[in-house]
Design a protein around this ligand. Sequence first.
Ligand SMILES: NC(=O)c1ccc[n+]([C@@H]2O[C@H](COP(=O)([O-])OP(=O)(O)OC[C@H]3O[C@@H](n4cnc5c(N)ncnc54)[C@H](OP(=O)(O)O)[C@@H]3O)[C@@H](O)[C@H]2O)c1
Length: 331
Amino acid sequence: MSYIAAPNRYSQMQYRRCGKSGLKLPAISLGLWHNFGHVDQLENCSNILKLAFDNGITHFDLANNYGPPPGSAEENFGRLLKRDFEGYRDEMIISSKAGYTMWDGPYGDWGSKKYLVSSLDQSLKRMGLDYVDIFYHHRPDPETPLEETMAALDLIVRQGKALYVGISNYQAEEEAAKAIQILKDLGTPCLIHQPKYSMYERWIEGGLLDLLGNEGVGCIPFSPLAQGMLTDKYLKEIPLDSRAAKSHGALQQDQITPDRIRQLNELNAIAAGRGQKLAQMALSWILRDERVTSVLVGASKPEQLADSLKCLNNIVFSADELQKIDQILAS
Ligand SMILES: NC(=O)c1ccc[n+]([C@@H]2O[C@H](COP(=O)([O-])OP(=O)(O)OC[C@H]3O[C@@H](n4cnc5c(N)ncnc54)[C@H](OP(=O)(O)O)[C@@H]3O)[C@@H](O)[C@H]2O)c1
């Protein structure tokens, strides 16, 4: 039987305005970096997407290289859009990116106009879409002039292949500030920045969040659970069904040291005091800052996403809780 979205899907989710734009994003967005490739089970992918959409997650984040193999997450997403979500496209924000190695030769990587335009054309074909809602440059290119990369984003919007554009992994001063200014001058404002941010990765507190807040650009942190470390998964050991145990996982087993396990257990105790699981506290901790538009989570099972969604019940932290968390992270 074909899928019918839950009628009450907009009742629990919070939507935050993306910078100074007209677009609102759900406080929680779903990323398809892992768990949506041809190596994964299509029905599990479908169940995760349905659970997300039924709970007001309207934003799905992809990239040309997500899989494995590269491109297969977009293919699977496109297949499921057609099969399960027909009629719901206008309720969705679909993002893609280009910036990492995608095909052989000098035009399949980094930030030239040639690469970005061709890559987005390929992404649209794989997903069966006429346009994406947000198209990102995935990482800064040290060789291509920033003016060319930003002109490619501007062109893509003018061609109607993306409604908005963003940048990802750009450092605050030299890269993001300049990119934001160039896009402003071109008349295609930078909608959003996608940086890595979690309790274990706090570089954006050193200037990027201020820049984005001042410029009216949204912020969507990725890997907020530090790829699953900030959950109850690794409190004792490395489970066999975890990203750290998988050969294609980007999380290395040697990152889960005895010291890290001790810290995670201490953080878990604080979460319990707040009536939360560790994953929920890690997501709430990111959403405590109003300059964060949405937090971009991954999930390997629908149950994990259902669990993560409950972070929205408590996103306020006392000064004492924040201090204790910082002390644990510094210990
Ligand atoms: N722009 C960039 O350069 C960039 C880079 C990386 C990611 N991203 C984006 O950010 C998205 C999220 O990244 P991520 O997958 O690293 O995020 P994450 O949310 O930090 O980690 C997700 C993983 O944590 C585990 N997990 C999730 N919820 C859980 C729960 N409630 N309880 C226990 N375990 C849980 C699962 O791992 P198991 O497999 O172990 O179950 C899941 O696959 C990506 O899909 C992508 O869209 C962007």
